[in-house]
Write a protein of this length. Structure first.
Length: 144
């Protein structure tokens, strides 16, 4: 059963049901396994493109990251074994709906633009510029 709102999907392989999740934690795990010394330098857009192109190193890391939330005990090699038992990378990818999970894990393009703009110091798309709401109604009083 897929729950795309949570970026999760279940897959049964050799009688065992696995729940795969591509949430924010999985994306962080993916960055960390691909470049342990500097995870923040991993470009997730590039990683996702390589996964879609079925680059084995990236597919294995992506699959491992998907297993982490519900199956932390599995190593990269064990995930490779599960993928092999499922019929190989192509069959596993189709059964696990990897393309759909990638789509649901990526932010909406409008949201992505807003975040990138904010990171460069741009004004927010809407809402107040200073702070998060209206001014406080509290007034300063003399200390006792």
């Amino acid at each position: 059963m897929a729950n795309y709102q949570r970026a999760e999907v279940e897959i049964e392989v050799s009688g065992t049901t696995y729940t795969l999740s591509m949430d924010l934690n999985a994306l962080c795990e993916l960055q960390a396994v691909l470049k342990p010394d500097d995870p923040a330098s991993v470009d997730l857009d590039d990683v996702m493109a390589r996964v879609v192109r079925m680059n084995p190193t990236y597919v294995r890391a992506f699959c491992w990251a998907m297993f982490r939330r519900h199956h932390k005990h599995l190593t990269l090699e064990q995930v490779s074994d599960v993928v092999a038992e499922a019929g190989g990378i192509q069959a596993f990818s189709e059964r696990a709906s990897i393309r759909e999970l990638i789509g649901h894990a990526n932010p909406d393009p409008v949201d992505r633009g807003a975040v990138k703009g904010a990171a460069r110091g741009a004004r927010p798309l809407n809402g107040p510029v200073d702070g998060t709401g209206t001014s406080s109604s509290s007034r300063r009083v003399k200390s006792a």
